[in-house]
Design a protein. Structure first.
Length: 529
């Protein structure tokens, strides 16, 4: 019986090894760092994109990996990249970076969209002081066992499977948040335990501090001061606590004995300063507050900023039809005018479609990602069922729905995927929309959502100043925004079901006015961000 169990266990290990290790001849992509070939990475075409093995990338780049629950942790020096199964963003230390597609976990394998993989691994290398300049060379092809000059000699499957994972450096665990105030300032003190200082990221009007999750969880974060708001988001093995305020930051002071971070918000307008802690035996992970690392495609060429404009619907999909007007025609007309005005202003404006053709939702965002767009704008026109009335422009970003109307609109727009090549039904499309809600629940603090909110606010302000009737900025889980790895909004230009507004939306002069307003908002946002 014992021998039988041993043989069964050995067979299981061999089977697992076959799953973990790509077989000779499996598709791979050649990864380069600068002019040097780092090695080959297992790849797999899924839908219109290519997924690559995160473990393989880490291996050829000499980085350590470990797993914790639904998270793959890649370590380079004191910096960490965390990939979470099913999430469309990754942690780079304390920064959330959007991905073009959700991370996929299959057994011991972790798959990341190929372009996004370059971005996050490039960011990790830069943060740890290692050379980056990563790129893929060629297309997926059959690999060979000895294809990577930097790869170790092949080992028996059991050795690879049973190899212990590297231990990660001990991190700080938050224990308490204390408050104080006087006439000059509001002070927040974060007490923590552990040999290393927490990671700190300073943004416009906010400070984010990242800790490891302790056994006791997150302490009480309620702020007794209305001028300072506190929120937190759990992701993988860590929690990020964000302090935001309209008051200017005065000081961020890391202290020891006991270890703590002091954050002062000034009531007198004094500019921010950052102090360093005294030297200690264990140097902190971050001694000053660095600017956020911009993680963009390393192959991107310098030049005008790219604006991708997506005229909604098209071809066999007319969109909303009311008062003798088809939504797809209005969308294309406004989008063309918007592109013309942006080009005159010096921007590289590109249309996902410049004629009456059908594109899937995935194809639209694939183009935006392929072109390395700085912003993505999807143009639509709204409609309401009989008996309901509304007018004005609505600007949506992808997040948890603002209300039932926003959710219903997302369900309608997302049913376009039911016309895709895989023959999904409207019911299946609705199910995907609701599944997206569960992902967004974890991603509510996504950096892309925050950027898209800011982008939407610029457009709303410009529209109001330009004399357009601006209804609201709202949130809903739109699939066409889901895959865009940049600030993205969906604009419902007006309601075709309202006769007066339908006439305006079909009028060239009004379309020109709307395009001018949108172009101004886009230019203002790109100039300031």
């Amino acid at each position: 019986m014992l021998r039988q169990r041993v043989r069964s266990f050995a067979a299981a290990l061999c089977l697992l090894a076959l799953i973990v290790l790509p077989a000779a001849g499996a598709d791979v992509m050649d990864l380069y760092s600068g002019s040097s070939r780092a090695g080959q990475v297992a790849s797999e075409k899924r839908g219109s994109g290519i997924m690559v093995s995160a473990r393989d990338m880490a291996g050829v780049l000499g980085l350590e990996t470990s797993e914790k629950g639904d998270t793959l942790i890649v370590t380079a020096g004191r910096s960490k990249l965390q990939l979470v199964a099913g999430a469309a963003a990754a942690w780079l230390d304390a920064e959330l970076v959007p991905l073009a597609a959700s991370t996929v976990q299959e057994g011991k394998e972790w798959l990341v969209e190929s372009r996004s993989a370059l971005k996050v691994f490039e960011g990790l290398l830069l943060r740890s002081g290692k050379p980056g300049n990563l790129r893929w060379e060629g297309t997926p092809h059959a690999g060979t066992p000895s294809s990577s000059p930097s790869s170790p000699s092949p080992q028996p499957p059991e050795a690879r499977v049973s190899a212990p994972q590297p231990s990660l450096p001990a991190g700080p665990v938050i224990s308490a948040v204390r408050w104080g105030s006087d006439d000059d300032k509001i002070r927040a003190v974060l007490d923590y335990e552990g040999p290393n200082a927490p990671e700190i990221q300073q943004g416009a009007g906010s400070v984010k501090v990242a800790f490891l999750l302790g056994k006791s969880g997150v302490p009480d974060l309620n702020s007794p001061h209305g001028e300072v708001k506190v929120s937190s988001v759990n992701f993988g093995d860590r929690v990020v606590i964000e302090f935001s305020s309209s008051l200017p930051l005065k000081e961020i002071i890391p202290l020891e004995g006991p270890p703590r971070i002091v954050i002062d918000f000034s009531r007198t307008g004094t500019p921010v300063s950052v102090k360093n802690p005294k030297p200690s035996k264990t140097p902190p992970a971050i001694q000053t507050v660095p600017p956020a690392v911009q993680v963009r495609d390393p192959n991107r060429k310098k030049g005008p900023k790219v604006v991708v404009i997506d005229p909604g619907h098209g071809g066999k999909d007319p969109g909303a039809v009311a008062n003798g007007i088809r939504e797809k025609d209005v969308n294309l007309s406004i989008s063309r005018l918007l592109a013309q005005k942006l080009k005159k202003a010096g921007y590289d404006a590109r249309l996902t479609r410049d004629k009456d053709i059908y594109l899937t939702l995935q194809q639209r965002t694939d183009l935006a990602n392929k072109w390395n767009a700085d912003v993505f704008v999807s143009i639509h026109a709204n409609a309401l069922p009989p008996g309901k009335h509304a007018t004005g422009m609505e600007i949506y970003l992808m997040a948890l729905p603002t209300d039932k109307d926003a959710m219903q609109l997302a369900l309608i727009e997302n049913r376009e995927i039911a016309e895709g090549s895989n023959g999904e039904s409207a019911k299946a499309a609705d199910k995907k929309t609701r599944l997206l809600l569960s992902i967004l629940g974890d991603m509510q603090q996504n950096a892309k959502i925050n950027e898209s909110t800011g982008f939407a606010e610029y457009l709303f302000k410009e529209g109001s100043q330009g004399g357009l009737k601006m209804r609201r900025v709202a949130q809903a889980p739109f699939f066409v925004l889901r895959g865009a790895a940049m600030p993205a909004v969906l604009i419902e230009t007006g309601f075709l079901t309202e006769k007066s507004e339908a006439r305006m939306l079909n009028d060239t002069k009004y379309q020109q006015k709307m395009a001018s307003s949108l172009a101004g908002g886009i230019a203002d946002y790109l100039t300031r961000n």
